[in-house]
Design a protein around this ligand. Structure first.
Ligand SMILES: O=C(O)CCC(=O)C(=O)O
Ligand SMILES: [Fe+2]
Length: 333
């Protein structure tokens, strides 16, 4: 089965320019579509989000220009791994991560390079080598922030929260950047890999993992195949790019907030076994985390209103993120 029939597509065009109104049928329709998609797979494609294709293409071009620089130049922008986990601050969330430095799940090696822009301290941009990078990525981040705010309002509706705008309270950094946070805009690059490469047998592009934030917004180049999502029945289904869409998935915090209704599903990017491995893959992820100080616990929704909240866990945002990040980077430290 292909991705189109497995992961639903929800059209955002009706609410794109519409003020938030929990009574309006346009918002309710979108909320129902999102609820159905997220309960089924934890993933949903959003169509007609209003983010310009030129802006997205421009960001992929900058990404291409950066990752095609030689290694000596790229490591000038390296993330400061020498920062100890204990003293981890937002510097840790910025810069270039070379292949092999970050590992998800139980992979031996990931053929993956990333460039992160995160938090509100220690940002660096490779403008000396890619002059449009800062301007393009800042514009894209701005658009992704606006879309995230809309999606958060839809989620308040889809869960039937009494306080429709509840999630906005925990995402103040999206409108007030001085609020401490660990949200990351990440350019991902998976180089072309030939079967002759050492360690090919035990390596992958991105090992199975759940995302640890609130939600992730993912942009993929049109030919960037390879992403797979583990469905509730345990089968891996492909989440191939659909032109003019943004793929959204549930992170650990939304799973907890929704009391498990919206699962943070496992996903992975395998090394293709056919000719497409000879091509690189590029995507851009916006990992949205709640503000650092937010404590997350299961909410009373319209779905558990009579049965009661099941999960008793409480997670502090920063602590949870630090725990998950230190596991992912232990390979590179
Ligand atoms: O490369 C992709 O398209 C997805 C990567 C991913 O799932 C992640 O970095 O969390
Ligand atoms: Fe992911």
């Amino acid at each position: 089965m292909d991705s189109i029939s497995c992961i639903p597509v929800v059209d955002f065009s009706e609410i794109n320019n519409l003020r938030f109104d929990p009574e309006s049928s346009a918002w309710m329709n979108v909320a129902e579509g999102i609820d159905e998609a997220l309960t089924k797979t934890g993933f949903v494609y959003l169509k007609n989000t209003g983010i310009s294709a030129d802006l997205i293409n421009g960001a992929f071009q900058c990404s291409d220009d950066f990752f095609n620089l030689n290694q000596e130049t790229k490591v000038k922008y390296r993330k400061p791994f020498e920062t100890s986990i204990k003293d981890m601050n937002t510097d840790m969330y910025n810069g270039y991560v070379p292949p092999g430095a970050e590992l998800e799940g139980d992979a031996d090696y990931e053929h993956k390079e990333v460039f992160d822009l995160g938090g509100n301290k220690g940002r660096k941009y490779p403008d000396a080598h890619v002059p449009d990078f800062k301007r393009t990525y800042e514009s894209l981040e701005n658009e992704l922030r606006k879309l995230t705010l809309r999606v958060s309002q839809v989620l308040g509706l889809s869960l039937g929260l009494e306080e429709h705008d509840f999630f906005l309270k925990g995402l103040r950094h999206l409108t007030e950047p001085s609020v401490e946070n660990t949200t990351i805009l990440r350019a991902l690059y998976y180089p072309a890999v030939g079967e002759g490469v050492k360690g090919y047998q035990n390596s992958t592009r991105c090992a199975p993992h759940t995302d640890y934030g609130f939600i992730t917004l993912l942009l993929m180049e049109n030919d960037a195949v390879g992403l797979e999502v583990k469905a509730i029945n345990g089968k891996w289904i492909s989440a191939n790019p659909i032109p003019d869409t943004v793929l959204v998935n549930v992170g650990d915090f939304l799973e907890l907030w929704s009391d498990g209704r919206y699962p943070a599903t496992f996903h992975r990017v395998q090394l293709p076994t056919d000719d497409s491995a000879k091509k690189s893959r590029k995507s851009i992820a916006f990992f949205v985390n709640p503000d650092d100080e937010v404590n997350v616990q299961a909410l009373s929704t319209k779905f558990n209103a009579t049965s009661g909240v099941v999960s008793k866990e409480v997670w502090n945002t920063l602590k949870h993120i630090q725990k998950r990040t230190s596991t992912a980077y232990s390979a590179g430290l």
